[in-house]
Design a protein around this ligand. Structure first.
Ligand code: PLP
Length: 335
């Protein structure tokens, strides 16, 4: 932290233009490319402004003000992406899962896609609702854009099906302050006039994401996480672990006859598992007991209440087992 590679400085203090840091940045990109098998005709950008910044940058780069852009609404993050896109393009909501209270994903056949749309945007994993697409939508020649913030690197991904993949770092990549954008080269260089230069994909791609000072520490740290993932055996190995974690937790919820997960069985997230108890009056008791057992951050998102276990890559299977043991014990004490 304070003496990086014998330099007497933290990586936070070295110049982002120094040879040493540029090597770190390039290595992080190379490792990410290897993990996700990113094809050569995609650029990888390390940007700022979070996934929320991309909610605006995507229409500003890929669409004109009078372009139609298709958005699939599967919950809270889709809604935010749609809200921002409406300020910059003509949004067609290609599917809206309101009828199921956002506990489902639309089937491919239910997507009302616009021929010639500038792109189709969807949220592969709804972090708050715990709803995940079990398939990648087919959009023909229209570029597909996915907000992978809460599911990137949880399993292999066929990047070639996408025009653009983006992910805020803070769930599966590293510290907040960084957003990774993987964008097909033919979609670069179309930014409309007036787009802030730091969010013009071409300006950033031409400058190796270093048009201005990048979030150096986050980038460095992301590189360490990519190395850790490679050491775990890559995305195939982490996927097997993530699948086992999720299956174990959902099975325990189902078998309990007490806890409830509201999401349709085919759309249950591997990363975010919301659940409720029969008596919401006991939620504070549950959380206090959990905290005593060393289990924290189980509050459901403030917009929905209940509980949510976020079991990102960093959560080992022992953590899931500890939660299941606590849940059984709590049920026994508050039947
Ligand atoms: C967390 C999250 C975001 C917001 O990310 P910021 O980096 O805070 O802007 C957007 N989309 C999804 C799916 C998320 O999980």
């Amino acid at each position: 932290m304070t003496d990086w590679r014998g330099s007497g400085m933290s990586v936070m203090e070295v110049s982002h233009r120094s040879k040493a840091f540029v090597a770190v940045a390039e290595e992080a990109e190379a490792d990410l490319r290897e993990l996700l098998a990113i094809p050569a005709h995609y650029k990888v950008l390390f940007l700022q402004g979070g996934a929320t910044g991309q909610f605006a940058a995507i229409p500003l780069n890929l669409a004109r003000a009078d372009s139609v852009v298709d958005y699939v609404n599967t919950g809270a993050w889709s809604k935010k992406a749609i809200g921002e896109a409406k300020r910059h393009a003509k949004v067609n909501v290609a599917a809206d899962e309101a009828a199921s209270h956002y506990s489902t994903v639309p089937e491919q056949g239910a997507l009302r896609l616009t021929p010639g749309a500038a792109y189709v945007h969807y949220t592969p994993n709804e972090t708050i609702g715990g709803v995940e697409f079990p398939y990648v939508p087919a959009t023909g020649d229209v570029p597909l854009v996915g907000d992978f913030s809460s599911t990137i690197l949880s399993r292999p991904l066929d990047v070639s099906k996408f025009g653009l993949v983006y992910a805020g770092a803070q769930k599966n990549i590293g510290p907040s302050g960084l957003v990774v954008v993987i964008v097909r080269e033919d979609l670069i260089g179309r930014a409309r006039d007036g787009v802030p230069t730091v969010w013009d994909y071409k300006a950033m791609a031409d400058n190796g994401s270093m048009l201005n000072t990048p979030p150096t520490f986050g980038w460095y740290f992301a590189g360490l996480v990519f190395k850790w993932l490679k050491k775990q055996g890559g995305l195939g190995a982490i996927a097997a672990r993530n699948r086992a974690k999720a299956e174990r937790l959902y099975a325990a919820i189902e078998a309990s006859g007490y806890y409830r997960n509201p999401v349709a069985a085919n759309a249950r997230s591997w990363m975010n598992v919301p659940f409720t108890i029969p008596d919401p009056g006991l939620e504070k008791t549950f959380l206090a007991g959990a905290r005593e057992a060393g289990l924290v951050n189980l509050e459901g998102h403030r917009s929905v209440g209940g509980f949510r276990a976020s079991i990102y890559n960093a959560m080992p299977i022992e953590g899931v087992d500890a939660l299941i043991a606590f849940m059984k014990d709590f049920q026994g004490r508050h039947p």
